[in-house]
Design a binder for this molecule. Sequence first.
Ligand code: LUZ
Ligand code: MOS
Length: 776
Amino acid sequence: MHKNKSHNTLNSELDAVSKALKKSIKNLDSYTHVRGESLYVDDVNIRQGTFHAVVFDSPKAHGKIKHIDYSKAEALEGVERILTYKDIPGENEIGGIIADEPLFAEYDVHFWGMPIALIVAESEFIARKARGLIDIDIEELPVITTAKEAKAKGSFINAPRSFSLGNTEKAFADCDYIFEGETFSNGQEHLYIEAQGAYAEPLENGNIKITSSTQGPTAVQATTARVLGLAMHKIEIDVTRLGGGFGGKEDQATPWAVMAALATYHLNQSVKLVLNRHDDLRMTGKRHPYESSYKIGLSKDLKILAYEAEFLQNSGAAADLSPAIAERTLFHATNSYFVPNVTTKVLSCKTNLPPNTAFRGFGGPQGMFVIESAIAKAASEIGVSSKAIQEANLLDENDTFSYGQIAKLVEAKNSWNSAKSLFNSEGLEREIETFNQNNSNFKKGIAFMPICFGISFTNTPMNHARALVHIYLDGSVGVSTAAVEMGQGVNTKMMQIAAQVFSIPIEKIKIETTNTTRVANTSPSAASSTADLNGKATLMACNSLLERLKKVASEDLNVSENEISLQDEFVYINAKKSELSWTELISKTMLKRVALTENAHYATPEIHFDKTKEKGHPFAYHVYGTAITTVTVDCTRGTYEFDSVKIVHDYGKSMSEGIDLGQVEGALIQGIGWMTLEEIAYNDDGKLLSNALSTYKVPDLFSVPKVVETIPLETKGHDLAILKSKAVGEPPLMYGIGAYFALQNAIKAFNPNYNMKFHAPMTAEKVLMGLYEDSK
Ligand code: LUZ
Ligand code: MOS
């Protein structure tokens, strides 16, 4: 009975503290980052005698292994052992969703860079040298590099998925305009600064501890156990922090950790395996390239009445997370628009590329690019602006998504209209028109990009987390969760939560490493949900401890429990400060033998999804926003510069404004990079050509927009978001899609004969060709 009441007072107390905290809070990791003191896998102090390992991988994309000669490599001084599939005591299987991926190739290879063996030596240098001494003979088989080819040959990962709402066939009959077309969006390299890696050490009794640069410690633990044929409790995974993940370490941090552990298992010695950049680029999967086709139907007043799309996902040689990513493409196929009749279908196409994997947005951006392309195509054919079509179709309260969820607390129009008025978009459009009339060598373009992104793992059972909170007897606090710090500032957010509940300074809180012995059976840090899930669990654990502490205080001070509150390290009685400090309260609690440790479990309420019907309510909530992008194209060279990106973003009630702004800006730039600069290239043999930073261009200081301005949207926030502070990791990446269409509009302003292209990235070369093409 007391509980509800004190929770309410608790919330208003929390509000006051949180206001003070969120303004001043910095990403607390930044202090050790700038001093070079932050610890990554490569910084772990290694035991004396530690071996170093290098992966021997396939030099062909598809074929039968006829013969491998390891003898020269094995004879090299300092080489300890070369491990292959024959040395696997458990299963040679690392596939998560589908069991279709061996750790080491056995008789055939399916992609260029597929691991075949692990060379373990006294030093990395020796292991690398030994790798060059291995002779391999592969009988080559036909190579598939594109999704279309795979589709033509019937090469798929699994059965297709399809969502539908209304009846597109009927609706097209009523449309005044119908357009069809094809689009392509390329892959994207994660380029985390810290490459993939792991350090395995033998403990007592055949137990193994692995320090891994992973977003998913439980996936590493479970897969290691499976490959080694051991129980999970024998494997401990520890993660300090990652030098970036971006989805690239949700699934694909696992094989390296398993390989290091396999070597430790056989040699009873510590083994370190950290990929160098070349190996990492070649051996790991990337964002999925998509080849898609669409059909869009509109009424005279520009309402989208029907939309069909078929998405061909280039999944690579094994499933990895492709089925889940394909599913999210369908969820986001209509972006932030309401379309009453929708049929979408996705095919996960099996090719001979490295298995493509999670990447910030997880298939959502690929889906959104297609409908934005369809709208741009329709606009240019009808002779209106894309903006007019976008605006006429923005999602409204109680609209239905194609997957059956009813849209609630919708901010699509609010963010769109706020962006228009706050940034005076009409003035901006007039300026651009005037500029384009007065300049012939330079042309400007503008594009609007609204976003709507669903928050939760689309796989409902994954939406849970736990927190383990200790208050030590001196009043300091340790918090363990499954949240992996990868630069996104989640540790700071967890600290804020504990500091707010207990009303103690953040210096009194320590966020422990992410470790499978303290928090078990966890979902990866992914889906933008890490702070929500782990934060809610932390909040629950801290609140339970607070209730307990209040009870002790009330007994000690002889007042009733609901008169008690904690503020600034003191107990307050009816909002008046008492003599009892936080530290004294903790030692009194200890003397009374009341537990100072709590473990809480959170599972997102309300969500559900029925895959047999492809309908449900998969998302806790959606994040909205609108970006306005302007670009200037040099029409002699085809080069371009983004003048500004102006964003109104739905943070809910941001709990850490600086951190969240950092996520918006970083995601935007990463999205612009995907859409404009970053060009993954494989040759027809399946060999990665963009295999270094000299051939793969990511945005740098000179290619970021001159102005990036982000204004928080005024909203109420959402109760399923941690402290009403909405998930922010992935949604803003999709603002970058606006960059693609701003470029299209600038080219069109120079060359009226230009036929709009929907083939990303829009590199300077493609811009130049577009400026001078004559499509007539
Ligand atoms: N990972 C995942 C994700 O396993 N499921 C998801 O729905 C998801 N969404 C975004 C990013 N990673
Ligand atoms: Mo993810 S794309 O690891 O959230």
